[in-house]
Structures are given as C-alpha cells and as structure tokens.
Design a protein around this ligand. Structure first.
Ligand code: A3P
Length: 345
C-alpha cells in the first residue's frame, strides 16, 4: 500500500479508536454517577391508578416525554391543547419552615408521577401586593398538569406570616399542609448562614451568630432575632390551628430527609393519598455533594443547587446549651400537638 494511503488509514483508525474510547469513558462516568443502578420500572406502573387504563400503552410511552416536561415545569402550546392540560390551584402546600429542607422536599415529591411542582416560590399569600392580584393570578402561576395530577407549591415564608392561614383557608379549607422542620438550633444556624453568605457577597460585614442569638443586656436568648423566632415552631403552628385541624398538617422530619429520605417521602405519599411510587431507585447518595440526589430515569438525574447544603459556622457550646434550654419547652409542646416526637436535645 502506498505510504499516503497507509497514513490516511492510520488517521481513520485513530479517529475511530478515539471515538470508541470517548464513548466508553462517557458510559463509565454516567454509570458511576448513577450508583446503585436498577432497571427502570415500566411507565404504566409509575402512573396514578386510573391513568394506565385511561391511555393505551403506546400513548403512555409517547406521554413519557410530556410527563418529564411537566415535571420540569414545561409544556408546549401544542401539548397543552392536545392533552387538555390545565393550570390547577395547589391541593397541597409546603408552608415552611425556611431552611427546613423545603426545596428538597418539593423536588423529591415531584418524582411522583401524580405530582407537579410550581418551580418558583410564588409568595401569593404572604405578599400583600401579590395577594391583591387575586386568585386567577395565582392560578396563572401554576404549571400545566393533567387533571388527575396534584399541584404543589412551596413558599416557606407562609409558615411565619400572620395573615397567611386565613388567606389559605379562604381559598381551600380542606387543603393539605406540609411543614418540614429540622432541629431548631441547626435550622437557626442554617438561616443565619444564608443571610451571612448574602452579606459577604455584597462585601458587607455581619455579626457572629452568638451576638445575634443572645441579648447582650440580659444574657438571655434574643427572641427578637428572626432566626430564633422562626425556630419556635409551636408558636407559629398554634396560629395555623385557629383555622385548620391538626389532621390537615403533615410534619416532615427535615433531618431524616437528609439522612434517609425515602421513608419520609413515603409518609408524605400516604398523607396525600397517593399510591407509593417514589422508590429507592429515584434517590441516590452523591458522596461529593454529601446529599441524596434525584434520579428520574436512566438519563435524567439531578442534585439540588450548591446553595443547599452550606457549611455552617461553629457555634459557642455555651450558646448552644442556652438555646437548647430555651427551645426545650417549645419543642415538647410541638411534639404534643403534632403527635411526632423528634428527640431534639
Ligand atoms: P443547609 O444549607 O443549612 O445545609 P430550604 O430548601 O428550606 O432552604 O432548606 C435548605 C436545607 O435543605 C439545606 O440546609 C440542606 O441541609 C437541606 N437538604 C435536605 N435535603 C437536601 C438534599 N438532598 N440536597 C441538598 N440539601 C438538602
């Protein structure tokens, strides 16, 4: 073979080889990130009862794309028309608590085929300007969904805002309310860390947590500090109970949602009267992030944004001890009202 042809052949072989190695490396990386890989369950069994009978299998497979788009909060005009998609008011709301794990809870519930999330925090009930825009404005902020699906939104400020329980009651007195809580001091420090990060981004200085949490004059816990006040869960819940019976609330353990999310999600599925569809397959631990991430299917998985899971500053143990003593009676009351014990220190 002439030398020129040989060189051409070598070049082609080299290109093909690189392509094969590249594809192999991609696959290895992909499977590596999908640790504990399991087969995907068939589409029909992932749908709420009734839907599988409503659509023949071929249609269901075609709809896989739509369900996925709906979960991402997208739907084209054509899909909306073709499948009679609707914007529905939420049948369940994650009302708080800020830094309790509200985003993780919403995203994880959204793994359920019968759930569609409102991606943004809408702040309809806690913001007077938004509230004045009326219920149709609120509905217009909701994602498109199939009529049998339930829409869920989350706005953590609802839990602590005075006017919200009455406003939600006026919209739907039988709505289901989800509250995700973490150990109160961890939550308060998480809250502080978020504000601190915001200040640092603007090159501003900020007080230490200890200075904010303890009143320098009395040496007592500073109940005027918002991060402390928000963690007095029972005080806020009591306001809500003036409008809704306790059975309409479900308390999610935010600390367990971090360490072992599936059992917590199964409790929520039961509370929402949904068939159990979220499985271990949908959740995988990402060692780099140090958190569970979400797997929708073999190609689509995601972790929460980097702003979730910040490193907290160390807090003076004497201040922690003081805060524990302060929160103890409120925590006891919270366990008593909700019927869920957390054994917080
Ligand atoms: P930290 O940043 O203090 O760790 P919210 O969404 O209500 O703002 O709550 C944020 C908290 O969600 C984070 O607080 C983080 O600990 C928690 N969280 C729970 N599950 C998570 C997950 N799978 N990925 C990232 N953060 C998660």
């Amino acid at each position: 073979m002439p030398f020129k042809q040989q060189a051409l052949l070598r070049q082609k072989l080299f290109l093909l080889g690189s392509l094969a190695i590249g594809s192999l490396l991609y696959l290895v990386a992909r499977v590596g990130s999908l640790d504990r890989l399991q087969p995907i369950c068939p589409m029909e069994s992932r749908l709420a009862p009734g839907l599988a009978e409503q659509f023949p299998l071929r249609t269901l497979q075609y709809k896989r794309g739509i369900l996925h788009e709906l979960r991402k909060g997208n739907a084209s005009k054509e899909q909306i028309r073709l499948h009679s998609l609707v914007q529905q008011l939420p049948r369940a709301i994650i009302i708080g608590v800020r830094k309790g794990g509200t985003r993780a809870l919403l995203e994880m519930l959204n793994l359920h085929p019968a759930v569609v999330k409102a991606s943004q925090e809408i702040h309809f009930f806690d913001n007077d300007q938004n509230y004045a825009r009326g219920i149709d404005w609120y509905r217009g902020k909701m994602p498109f969904s199939f009529p049998h699906q339930i829409t869920i939104e989350k706005s953590p400020a609802y839990f602590i805002t005075e006017e919200v329980p009455e406003r939600i009651f006026k919209m739907n007195s039988s709505i289901k309310l989800l509250v995700i809580v973490r150990e109160p001091i961890t939550r308060a420090v998480s809250d502080y860390t978020q504000v601190l990060e915001g200040k640092e981004r603007k090159n501003k200085t900020y007080h230490k947590f200890e200075k904010l949490a303890i009143d320098a004059n009395t040496c007592e816990v500073n109940t005027k500090y918002k991060a402390v006040r928000t963690s007095i869960y029972t005080k806020h819940l009591e306001r809500w109970l003036k409008y809704f019976p306790v059975e309409q609330f479900h308390i999610v353990d935010g600390d367990r949602l971090i360490s072992d999310p599936l059992p917590e999600l199964q409790l929520v599925e039961r509370f929402l009267n949904l068939p159990s569809r979220i499985s271990q397959y949908n959740l995988y631990f990402n060692a780099t992030r140090g958190f569970y991430c979400l797997r929708f299917n073999i190609v689509f998985n995601k972790c929460l944004a980097g702003s979730k899971g910040r490193i907290h500053p160390e807090v003076d143990p004497a201040v922690v001890a003081k805060l524990r003593r302060f929160f103890h009676p409120f925590n006891q009351k919270f366990y008593q009202i909700t019927g869920r014990t957390f054994n917080w220190p």
